[in-house]
Design a protein around this ligand. Structure first.
Ligand code: HEC
Length: 315
């Protein structure tokens, strides 16, 4: 009897968990097809991808998102995407200098009248911020705050996979329809056409109404049930956010000639943000490996010296 009760309690709990999953929740972020090169104890960031990711950040994301913890010189430091052993001091790296000089910043020191001075950035400056403060950022983004991206891969579950999935996971244009009925304008997502939700069946048969200024993304945390016209048990996963889809094929023209597909740009920006979240990752890993080898050799030496020292002692 007790055993039966135990089993049924277990089944009940499992059903609860399953139903909690069915209502709300977001799709689990996933890696790109080839996985991430930086994963594992010996993994190294794909630096060419990080370089391209910086271009995506500059040309797309930086018009809304700051990266206050990064300075231009970080790009040219060991472990950085534009590190050049010829310029051990990143402040001398011409590439880094030119990236900095393309941005205009406000000098922390005002002029003799106390007025702010603007000038081209130097390698030692922090990345230029698109807005003066949070209020200005919100005012420009319909009340939503574009979070600082310096450590976003540490701040979100799934890290780089989350950034990649979110940025590339918006419904395509084909799945989005704007319906005008008199003065009433509705943006509707045909969820059965959202690629990342492809089930091979009509699981998500129905329409999702996008609130004004909000965009559906299956990887965003949230709840779609209030906006769902369809079987309420099959409301699609994900939520709405105030960031419109940012990437379309060819959005940037890569300096290295790589074809700028949405997939490619999403991988590159995720790699760049992964680097930014932990700029010393490659040094940490190589130091870790050296320490492990050292400890291993030390352990062998200790083992032999132990036997040598206690050689003549009965035990
Ligand atoms: C036009 C302005 C704009 C641009 C350009 C932009 N974003 Fe955003 N982003 C936003 C806003 C606004 C939010 C906050 C959305 C919200 O909270 O509803 C946001 C949120 C985010 C988030 C956080 C989502 C979460 O989990 O809360 C990430 C990650 C992000 N953006 C990455 C990027 C990347 C990468 C790029 C460049 C490819 C980019 N954004 C370009 C405006 C922008």
């Amino acid at each position: 009897m007790n055993f039966l009760r135990f089993i049924s309690a277990g089944l009940g709990a499992a059903a609860l968990v399953a139903s909690a999953h069915a209502a709300g929740g977001a799709l689990h972020p996933h890696e790109p097809e080839g996985g991430w090169a930086f994963e594992g104890p010996l993994g190294e960031l794909d630096m060419e991808s990080v370089q391209r990711g910086y271009q995506v950040y500059r040309e797309v994301c930086s018009s809304c998102h700051s990266m206050r913890l990064m300075s231009y010189r970080n790009l040219g430091e060991p472990g950085g995407p534009f590190y050049d052993p010829e310029y051990p001091n990143a402040n001398d790296n011409p590439l880094v200098k030119s990236f900095a000089a393309m941005d205009t910043v406000t000098d922390p020191i005002p002029d003799e009248f106390g007025d702010p001075v603007t000038r081209p950035a130097r390698p030692s400056d922090p990345f230029r911020s698109p807005f003066k403060n949070e209020q200005q950022a919100r005012a420009a983004n319909g009340g939503a705050y574009p979070p600082d991206l310096s450590v976003i891969t540490k701040a979100r579950h799934g890290g780089a996979s989350y950034v990649y999935s979110l940025i590339s996971g918006y419904p395509s244009r084909d799945a989005t329809e704007v319906r005008v009925d008199g003065t009433n304008v509705e943006t509707i997502i045909d969820v059965s056409q959202v690629e990342s939700l492809a089930h091979g069946d009509d699981h998500y048969e129905g329409e999702l109404i996008q609130p004004t200024g909000q965009y559906y993304n299956p990887y965003m945390a949230g709840d779609t049930t209030p906006q769902w016209r369809g079987d309420p048990r099959h409301a699609p996963p994900g939520g709405f956010l105030a960031m419109a889809p940012q990437l379309m094929d060819g959005r940037v023209t890569y300096l290295d000639g790589t074809e700028a597909t949405v997939e490619q740009m999403s991988i590159d920006i995720a790699n760049f943000l992964q680097w930014a979240g932990e700029p010393k990752q490659s040094q940490r890993k190589s130091l870790g490996l050296a320490a492990m080898i050292y400890l291993f050799i030390l352990a062998i030496l200790l083992w032999f010296s132990f036997h040598r020292i206690w050689r003549n002692v009965d035990h």
